[in-house]
Design a protein around this ligand. Structure first.
Ligand SMILES: NC(=O)c1ccc[n+]([C@@H]2O[C@H](COP(=O)([O-])OP(=O)(O)OC[C@H]3O[C@@H](n4cnc5c(N)ncnc54)[C@H](OP(=O)(O)O)[C@@H]3O)[C@@H](O)[C@H]2O)c1
Length: 263
């Protein structure tokens, strides 16, 4: 299948590591022009070199962007337009909110999670829409969590703001379809990244067992029997955000090896 991604301008947020980096790598393999971003220039330098080497694609650039900083988001999109003339694909992503239950969080924590995991997505979308509307085409993909279908224990901030992304995405799919801009949300189940390793370590410390035991237990609940690899997640994202997807919009999908049982 031709994904029609050659020379397309792609921005991936929070992409120095984990899911964002894996997604950027798959886009680069398809010949897209990829702009990666995160808060750390040193990590971005490393990620850029690695993505170039793995993909054989020289068109990988980076820009430092903390997704909670409005000005840096504006500068990121400006850079994509300067480098590549437009933005064809936006992959919204961010660091995860802290784990915890209702009693653990103050107003300030709620505000921070809102800015990190929901407001940032609205800001990036606002910035890319002029390019996408002008060319009457665009793809927006939001990375959320399996909590878009089924809440996760001890992750109340994720459960709340990921649901907000679904509402935003569904509403925008209606508003943007006349301009041929398709928007979808994808929720990872348990994909083996640093974030999942650190959540496992926290659970291990609380339960007085090893992180390996936590992982083994978690894998028993996944019908496919293992954590997903970032590349497996990335391939599905790249299809949804590619030119091969011309009719699927406003949807929320989980990529989880069958973990979530909700319909
Ligand atoms: N992996 C999973 O199975 C899973 C499951 C459910 C939900 N998720 C969600 O998916 C998202 C990505 O997860 P991951 O597993 O890829 O995490 P990860 O391996 O920890 O990577 C997180 C990435 O986000 C960047 N980042 C963090 N805070 C940022 C900020 N304020 N502005 C810009 N970039 C920022 C980090 O780079 P810098 O530190 O350089 O900024 C890094 O590149 C998170 O929201 C996570 O909660 C993941």
């Amino acid at each position: 299948m031709d994904l029609h991604l050659k020379d397309k301008s792609v921005i991936v947020l929070a992409s120095s590591k984990g899911l964002g980096k894996a997604i950027s790598t798959e886009f680069a393999k398809e010949g897209a022009k990829v702009l990666i971003s995160s808060r750390s220039e040193a990590e971005l330098e490393k990620a850029k070199a690695e993505i170039k080497e793995v993909s054989g694609n020289p068109n990988v650039e980076y820009q430092v962007c903390d997704v909670t900083n409005k000005t840096q988001i504006e500068q990121l999109v400006q850079k994509a337009v300067e480098l590549h003339g437009t933005v064809d694909v936006l992959i919204n992503n961010a660091g995860g909110p802290p784990a915890g239950t209702f009693d653990d969080f103050s107003d300030e924590d709620w505000q921070q999670a809102f800015e990190l995991n929901l407001l940032s997505f609205t800001r990036t979308i606002r910035e890319v829409l002029p390019s996408m509307k002008e060319q009457k085409s665009g793809k927006i993909l939001n990375i959320a969590s399996s909590s878009i279908k089924q809440t996760l224990d001890n992750l109340i901030l994720s459960n709340t703001f990921r649901a907000g992304i679904v509402g935003l995405s569904k509403s925008l799919s209606q508003e943007l379809a006349p301009d041929n801009i398709l928007i979808n949300t994808v929720g990872p189940g348990r994909i083996a990244t640093d974030r999942v390793a650190s959540l496992d370590q926290k659970r291990a410390d609380q339960a007085g067992i090893s992180a390996e035991e936590v992982r083994e237990k978690a894998e028993q609940n996944i019908p496919i029997g293992r954590y997903g690899e970032p590349e497996e997640f990335a391939k599905a994202v790249v299809f949804l955000a590619s030119g091969a997807n011309t009719y699927l919009t406003g949807q929320s999908l989980v990529i989880d090896g069958g973990l979530v049982k909700a319909l």
